[in-house]
Ligand binder design. Structure first.
Ligand SMILES: Nc1ncnc2c1ncn2[C@@H]1O[C@H](COP(=O)(O)OP(=O)(O)OP(=O)(O)O)[C@@H](O)[C@H]1O
Length: 612
């Protein structure tokens, strides 16, 4: 992993450091912009030269310096030089525009991909603590903000810088008094700009934070729209969105108040400089100390020098916004995943023996670490066996599976696969060995086939179908008009909960994993489908290890061993018969469910594990 420079304190330096491969393009772009500004100043100089030709004729600058006789010939020389300057100006403008804009696009692209890759590498826990809208706003708005700045702002700053230098040189060569007068406003403007920049910095940081807040709220609300409607919370949510949007507006208003005051102040300074050059320069001409041609050039030049500085306000604005965004991007890039990739592969042949040794685990919140939810768990699933984990809601079943997949690491103890601590395994080796169906099934927008083949992109149609048959999905998928080419909406919303679960199950089966991890994988299907899936799973799990979390005890009664969790501890373990005979917690749950089953048989309800 390449080290990420600290971009939160010196964002520009961090960008320069982070984008080494673009440096030659930056240099070329700076060179073209500089040439462009130089070529841009030349026509104004030539205007003075033309006035000089008309007024002084044989004594003109062109006559003495280039030895051209006759006023018209001199004017032709001026015209040719002028045309040349325009050609250079246009060509360099084109090249600079091309270079800066493409550079901006490349940097935007690189940063977006790098920031996404970092977000993707961060732990599941980090994403649970950070609103997804915040992350999205960094990946979209903040990255775009920087692109705008590189496209427009950087060019303007360069243009202004070179104009000041070149015009300064012309003044310096003409009259030091005028140089002083014309440049009187410059320190005022620069000092003012720096003061403004300081003032604007926190204001724009607040604007970006508020923008993140808006994105987070919008993303959460759009995602939870059915719930908002079901609870008729529209008015409340509208007010909540209005409140965060108002926060964003206010943050912007504060920044706008400060940044808008900038231009009028600069204009005053410009007026002073311009008036001085006009009066003093005119007086010098009347006194015979300054040529008329040069006077006209200097008056033009004063404008040329000072007006671009008015853009400085807008450019600084863009600069500050971009720096606030860059800081946020680098803050994301600097986040370190807690669970790091291991370096070992599973020793061949992979068997799939799973063991938890003295595992203690708890969730960290933003404020610190939360209480333990698993307390010294010991559990062994020998290779090839199917084990179930049951227990009341909140007992820690999903947390246990999370550790097996290394979505998080234990606070103490070890999770071992084939005797190797999972922290030592590469992601590919660990997760490649596991087929996982989560409690909240996630399907991607795409076809049913793509979703089933997600964990094995090269799978043939026949392999996809076989997995679907085993997961009892083939029947309903074949019934769709487009069959396996049916596009499931975002998150698979066009499917029923049970259909989603079966596609997720097919997806896990197709991966042909050595360890199948199912978290309530059949909770949303009816009893008949459940029984069919059970029969298929018996085939699938015959030659692999399976760890199954289930509330419906009937689905796991054939498991080789059942682990009963209570408040993060193993309360009891054994086969279904042993546990029922033991008359403990499991026996009670079983009694409740079979009682429910008898009741359900009468009423048609589904038997479920009793929840406290
Ligand atoms: N992402 C999380 N952040 C903080 N605490 C969590 C998180 N997920 C679960 N917990 C807490 O950990 C404990 C165990 O939760 P877990 O999801 O493992 O239980 P479970 O047995 O799978 O429950 P269920 O049967 O309802 O799925 C609970 O007290 C829960 O509040």
């Amino acid at each position: 992993m390449t080290p990420v420079p600290d971009g939160t304190r010196r964002p520009l330096a961090a960008l320069w450091h982070h984008h080494r491969r673009h440096r030659p393009r930056v240099v070329a772009a700076v060179a073209c912009s500089s040439l462009n500004t130089a070529a841009d100043v030349v026509p104004e100089l030539l205007l003075g030269v033309a006035v000089d030709v008309v007024v002084r004729g044989a004594d003109s600058f062109v006559a003495t310096a280039l030895g051209v006789e006759g006023r018209f010939s001199q004017l032709v020389v001026v015209a040719v030089l002028n045309a040349l300057a325009w050609v250079v100006e246009s060509a360099s403008d084109y090249a600079a525009s091309l270079l800066w804009r493409n550079l901006a696009q490349s940097v935007e692209h690189d940063l977006r991909v790098a920031a996404y890759a970092r977000a993707q590498d961060l732990d599941v826990g980090w994403h649970e603590r950070t609103p997804s809208g915040q992350v999205l706003s960094v990946l979209t708005e903040d990255v775009n903000q920087l692109e705008r700045y590189l496209d427009v702002g950087a060019r303007t700053i360069l243009h202004t810088f070179w104009t000041v230098v070149l015009v300064g040189a012309v003044f310096a060569a003409s009259s030091w008094q005028l140089l002083l007068l014309a440049f009187v406003p410059v320190p005022v403007i620069v000092a003012g700009s720096i003061a403004f920049q300081r003032r604007l910095e926190p204001l724009y940081a607040a604007v970006r934070e508020a923008a993140g807040e808006v994105s987070a709220t919008l993303a959460a609300n759009i995602g939870g729209l059915p719930t908002i409607k079901a609870f008729t919370a529209e008015a409340r949510e509208r007010a909540r969105v209005a409140a965060v949007s108002e926060g964003y507006r206010r943050a912007n208003a504060a920044a706008i108040r400060s940044s808008s005051a900038f231009v009028p102040l600069i204009r005053m300074a410009i007026l002073a400089g311009f008036t001085c050059t006009l009066l003093l320069g005119g007086w010098f001409v009347l006194e015979g100390r300054l040529e008329v041609g040069l006077y006209s050039v200097l008056v033009f030049m004063t404008q040329r020098l000072l007006w671009p500085l008015t853009d400085l306000g807008q450019t600084l604005d863009l600069h500050q916004r971009a720096m606030a965004s860059t800081r946020r991007i680098f803050r994301l890039l600097q986040e370190q995943p807690r669970s790091l990739d291991g370096s070992r592969a599973l020793p061949a042949p992979v068997r799939g023996r799973l063991e938890l040794r003295g595992v203690r685990f708890g969730y960290d919140s933003i404020d610190g670490s939360g209480p333990d939810v698993l307390h010294g768990l010991d559990l062994v699933v020998p290779a090839g066996e199917t084990h179930a984990v049951v227990g009341a809601t909140g007992a820690g079943k999903s947390s246990l599976l999370r550790l097996v997949l290394r979505f998080a690491d234990p606070r103490a103890g070890q999770v071992l696969l084939d005797g190797v601590d999972v922290r030592e395994l590469t992601w590919e080796s660990l997760r490649g060995a596991i087929g996982y169906v989560s409690q909240d099934v996630y399907l991607f927008h795409g076809t049913v086939r793509d979703n089933i083949a997600y964990g094995r992109p090269g799978a043939t149609d026949e392999q996809v179908r076989r997995a679907a048959r085993l997961a009892e999905a083939d029947g309903f998928v074949s019934g769709f008009p487009d069959g396996y080419d049916t596009v499931v909406g975002e998150r698979g919303q066009t499917l029923s909960g049970g259909q989603r679960q079966r596609i997720a199950l097919a997806r896990a089966i197709l991966r042909d994993p050595v360890l199948l991890v199912l978290d309530e994988a059949t909770s949303a299907v009816d009893n008949e489908t459940e029984a069919a899936i059970q029969r298929s799973l018996a085939t699938v799990t015959a030659e692999r290890t399976a760890l199954v979390v289930a509330h419906r005890l009937s689905t796991i009664r054939d498991a080789d061993r059942i682990w009963v969790l209570a408040r993060g501890r193993v309360a009891e373990a054994g086969t279904h018969e042993e546990l029922v005979a033991a008359g403990g917690l499991y026996a009670q749950l079983w009694a409740v469910q079979t009682g429910e089953a008898a009741h359900a048989a009468r009423t048609g309800a589904s038997p479920r594990l009793g929840r406290p």
